[in-house]
Design a protein around this ligand. Structure first.
Ligand code: PDD
Length: 280
């Protein structure tokens, strides 16, 4: 597989970054994940707008022009012959040459890494027909979850906890209300109304979320942006999550309790269908 590091396309075994890179030592960096379906990038623009926002919130200078990112995405998809899969992009504050809590001088060049992952048949994931089972877990992440940083240790721990409990993912809970999944935004559907937490520093502003809410509005579905509890979710007619890699994924069990019929619901199925049709 060919990967991208600071302007160079290299075989993955030959690519390297400094041990002093702030991304490695401090998780001082941000990332994006863009899906590829049939060789095309999904929601590319939205992901790049969020990348800019994440960088500016952390005062990391943007090392590349818009056109350079797009060219690199296309080059990697072509070189690695990705039909279905994703492109991962990471920008870290770079290598100051030593370890220090203070940021390095502003002219330190950020490190840009990109790679692809092939996932044949991504859009037809069997899980979408069965639905996910999730467990609840306290949200112990930091307070700026709207910035898509590479600090993913807690979400990884939450994913492992979910697996240990026989589930597919965890829904994180803060002050009695669901924030989001380990790497996705969370929704319930009750009496035809789609409910999902409002945007704030508490959650990532999902690009798939924005698209799905737009499609829901166009399809005259009622949407309420507010936080909900696990009890409310267990009593809902349907639940689902959204992300660049899972698209719209039905959730059928929460903490062992079946939601609605215990099978993927019609609203999630319809939104998944619309998202996959409209986002290419
Ligand atoms: N995760 N919430 C969190 C905490 C996430 O990490 C993600 C994305 C989302 C959904 O955002 P989007 O729709 O823009 O993908 C919500 C990516 C896919 C990942 O870490 O692999």
């Amino acid at each position: 597989r060919t990967v991208y590091v600071n302007g160079a396309y290299l075989p993955e075994a030959e690519a390297s970054i400094s041990v002093f890179d702030r991304g490695f030592l401090m998780a001082d960096g941000v990332y994006e994940v863009v899906s590829v379906l049939g060789g095309k990038l999904l929601d590319y623009e939205g992901h790049m707008v969020r990348l800019q926002r994440s960088l500016s919130e952390l005062a990391i200078q943007d090392p590349l022009a818009d056109a350079d990112y797009l060219a690199a995405f296309r080059e990697l998809v072509a070189r690695n012959e990705v039909t279905d899969g994703l492109v991962y992009l990471q920008v870290t504050r770079g290598n100051p040459g030593d370890r220090d809590f203070a940021y390095p001088p502003a002219d330190t060049v950020p490190t840009v890494v990109m790679f692809t992952q092939s996932k044949p048949g991504l859009a037809d994931a069997p899980a979408a027909k069965v639905g996910w089972s999730v467990v609840s877990i306290p949200d112990l992440r930091w307070g700026r979850r709207d910035i898509k940083t590479v600090q993913l240790l807690y979400p990884s721990m939450a994913k492992m906890e979910a697996k240990a409990r026989g589930a597919d993912d965890a829904w994180m809970v803060e002050e009695g209300r669901v924030t989001e999944g380990t790497s996705n935004n969370a929704y319930i559907v009750k009496d035809g109304r789609i409910v999902t937490r409002e945007l704030s520093h508490d959650i990532l502003h999902g690009i798939t979320r924005a698209a799905v809410l737009r499609f829901a509005a166009e399809a005259q579905m009622a949407v309420e942006e507010r936080a909900f509890t696990i009890a409310e979710a267990q009593d809902a007619d349907e639940a689902f999550v959204t992300s660049a890699s899972a698209f719209v994924m039905p959730v059928v069990r929460i903490d062992g309790t079946s939601i609605g019929s215990g099978t993927p619901g019609p609203v999630a199925a319809r939104l998944r269908e619309i998202y996959l049709e409209e986002s290419l």
